[in-house]
Design a protein around this ligand. Sequence first.
Ligand code: XLS
Ligand code: NI
Ligand code: NI
Length: 439
Amino acid sequence: MSEIFQGIPRINFEGKKSKNPLSFKFYDAEKIVRGKPMREHLPFAMAWWHNMCAEGADMFGAGTADKSFGASHGTMEHAFKKADAAFEFMDKLGIEYFCFHDADLVPEADSISKTNKRLDEITDYIKTKMQSSGKKLLWGTANLFTNPRFMNGAGSSNSADVFCFAAAQIKKAIDITVKLGGRGYVFWGGREGYETLLNTDMRFELENIASLMHMAVDYGRSIGFDGDFYIEPKPKEPMKHQYDYDVSTAIGFLRQFGLDKDFKINIEANHATLAGHTFSHELRVAAINDMLGSIDANQGDLLLGWDTDEFPFDVYETTMCMYEVLKVGGLKNGGLNFDAKTRRSSRTFEDMFHAYILGMDAYALGLIKASALIEDGRIDSFIKERYASYQSGIGAKIRNKEATLSMLAEHAEKLGSPKLPSSGGQEYLEGIVNSVLFG
Ligand code: XLS
Ligand code: NI
Ligand code: NI
């Protein structure tokens, strides 16, 4: 098989002084951090859709990049070429995992059974490539938003036929995920949401989405899928309101419909900021609910109100992300999927490599710095001290659920006027972060 990314060598770690753009400055796969090699802390995944398919088209202009890989678009030959490109790409970068939608792998045929045959063919091929390269599938999913039939959503569609079509696609996407040993299956809401409440029965739609997810879980478990199902929250875009608005909303939904044992959350950095939260906030909400599953590791532009899916470079953000990940003891079945695309004018193959090197190095730095923050220990001890009034006396009674409202009122009466709480220390703590990052 001929080399696709000609002139691009295997990317090696050369250290922070290197000026070679095709080398890692911080990502050193085998380097041990907190007892584990970096590659285990950072299970990087390549997103098939942005990397192998997207050619830079946006709402205002056509594509600028050529990802035909020498084949014609819309053919199975192209599908195979994309697979060749994907494996060569992962190999050159030392990326262990990948993620896909069904529609990223093959062009859709005029019936679901013909599309499914194409999926069988391509996944046979991908499976052989996985066996010879050791690459693994992080998660699979179904694209239930691009085809016009999904204009009103999939599980939330007003058409029962469309609902069935979505079910058929999910069934096949779970089949191929299991066939390739995938560790996860994602539901990003796509068009599950509404444009106007005037035409929407919200309760009805939410119930239907939950039924579809229950059927997916039952089916997946029946064919031996023992990985995690994920919801990937996003507040808006393409719909005015997306039902899986943010982590809290998704967890509420999962608990309401009894799906919380099988599902975790796949958190995307750019979706967090679209929801008006920090990335860390979303990670923390998932973490405290034991729902931190996997991460779509991109970043947005705070001046743009949409999902720009940029490659992450902001080390402050990657540090705070890895801080949350280390605190929960790492991602179990999850990984760091670069659901990110190069900018429209970064149109060459070389740009794709620069982008992944940027993202992988940003996360390696984040890991190193987050680990240093934890070892430094000042933040942890500040937090412990901050809540010290609950360690004994009336505070301990509150924590142990031994207190009654009258007991507390009595305590308050004796106090006269309580002392003001201790300082929040924000500036002190921010200074610690900077000294660990740049000291
Ligand atoms: C879109 C989503 C999508 C999911 C997978 O905004 O991020 O790419 O990750 O369907
Ligand atoms: Ni996104
Ligand atoms: Ni995503």
